[in-house]
Design a protein around this ligand. Structure first.
Ligand SMILES: [Fe+2]
Ligand SMILES: [Fe+2]
Length: 242
């Protein structure tokens, strides 16, 4: 479903009750094009994971409104503190009176507790938050792929790993959900634009995520992916070690 004809912003359900909001970016931004995705976990206590950059707020708001009333949003989550992850956090807090920022303890301490207009709900490593038909578990992943405060959410009902910048793919991500290879394209992209911190703990973090056996990887840039997520995370660990 295209929600803005001019930008091409579109919304697609990639797992039960989980919607990818995708805005394609032109080659002038990154050669070959690029994309920003947000994921809306719809239900009793709806969660928007990532806001997109501040300048995209009207487009993302329009896309959320195509699925549910914006003011029903309960949580606005983020993996780490960057513009594409949380640039419009305060715009969302203003648009949804019940919404709270949702992040890890480090993000709350170093950034969100200060910059957000309402205090965050900070989750400890391994803590689960129940959203009705969905439940999300916070997983600290400091410096993977970048930022001390980095972490991911794992949605337990659909076994969807909201994996942020992992598997960042070039191009506009026109396929909402793919089963074809995303490791090759994302690793080729990383060789051009290395956004990884190369923390020595990367393999341990990836092995811990792989043990969850995700069935869907909800990537922030490019297509979401369906398949043996555990195996793909271990393949990424191998590739990073080369
Ligand atoms: Fe990032
Ligand atoms: Fe990102």
């Amino acid at each position: 479903m295209i929600t803005n004809a001019e930008s091409g912003t579109n919304v697609n359900e990639v797992a039960d009750g989980i919607y990818r909001i995708n805005t394609p970016l032109p080659p002038s931004f990154v050669p070959g094009g690029f994309s920003f995705n947000q994921y809306l976990v719809a239900g009793d206590e709806p969660l928007l994971f990532h806001t997109g950059p501040r300048k995209l707020f009207p487009l993302v708001r329009e896309a959320v409104a195509a699925v549910m009333p914006v003011e029903r949003l309960r949580y606005v989550g983020l993996s780490h503190f960057e513009a594409d992850e949380c640039g419009s956090l305060n715009e969302w807090l203003a648009a949804a009176p019940r919404a709270e920022p949702l992040c890890g303890g480090v993000a709350a301490m170093v950034s969100i507790g200060d910059v957000a207009d309402r205090g965050p709900r900070a989750l400890a490593d391994g803590e689960t938050l129940y959203l009705g038909r969905h439940a999300v578990r916070w997983l600290d992943t400091p410096h993977l792929p970048h930022a001390w405060e980095c972490g991911f959410l794992f949605e337990e009902a659909t076994r969807t790993l909201l994996c942020g910048d992992l598997f960042t793919q070039p191009g506009v991500g026109e396929e909402p959900l793919t089963e074809s290879d995303i490791l090759g394209p994302s690793e080729a992209f990383r060789r051009e634009l290395d956004y990884f911190s190369h923390s020595r703990n990367a393999r341990a973090h990836l092995e811990r995520r792989a043990a969850l056996n995700p069935a869907t990887l909800a990537c922030m840039h490019g297509s979401a992916w369906r398949g043996d997520g555990g195996a793909l995370l271990l393949a990424l660990a191998d590739s990073l070690a080369q």
